[in-house]
Design a protein around this ligand. Sequence first.
Ligand code: INI
Length: 157
Amino acid sequence: MADIRTIEGDFTSGKGKYVLVVGRWNSFVVEHLLEGAVDTLRRHGVDEKQITVVRAPGAFEIPLVCKKVAARGGVDAIIALGAVIRGGTPHFEYVAGECTKGIAQVSMEYSVPISFGVLTVDSIEQAVERSGTKAGNKGAEAALSALEMVSLLGKIG
Ligand code: INI
């Protein structure tokens, strides 16, 4: 392994422009994801001036907002944050599926890394667990992925 050339991202540069696309639905959870993401970016040397927050109505709209942000340019990574909680709508599966699929499509189409920080959970309890209590903070995890991808894509060139 020592002789194999390996390219990998790190978390040290603090460079890049980050846009956080945040769904308004279930804001009591999503605001904690946002706090976790911003805190993680800040602790890895990203200045507030490098961060923009864009609010979307709900998870369903997140992919289109990501697409507009990506198309506009000047962004190194997008972090999508939201919470789809079963029981909120009979279309839970549809909303969750379209959000996931749409985000992946936009990322591939524009070659912009989009971190998936959208909770899709069965209950409010699960959402709370994953937004800064016993199961971590999905917003913070998404921010770490974004930092790593910005670094990695920069190294690949
Ligand atoms: N949007 C969410 O972000 N989370 C949900 O849990 C949710 N539920 O359950 O309905 C939700 N619905 C709204 C949807 O994303 C759209 O904003 C709405 O359908 C208008 O297009």
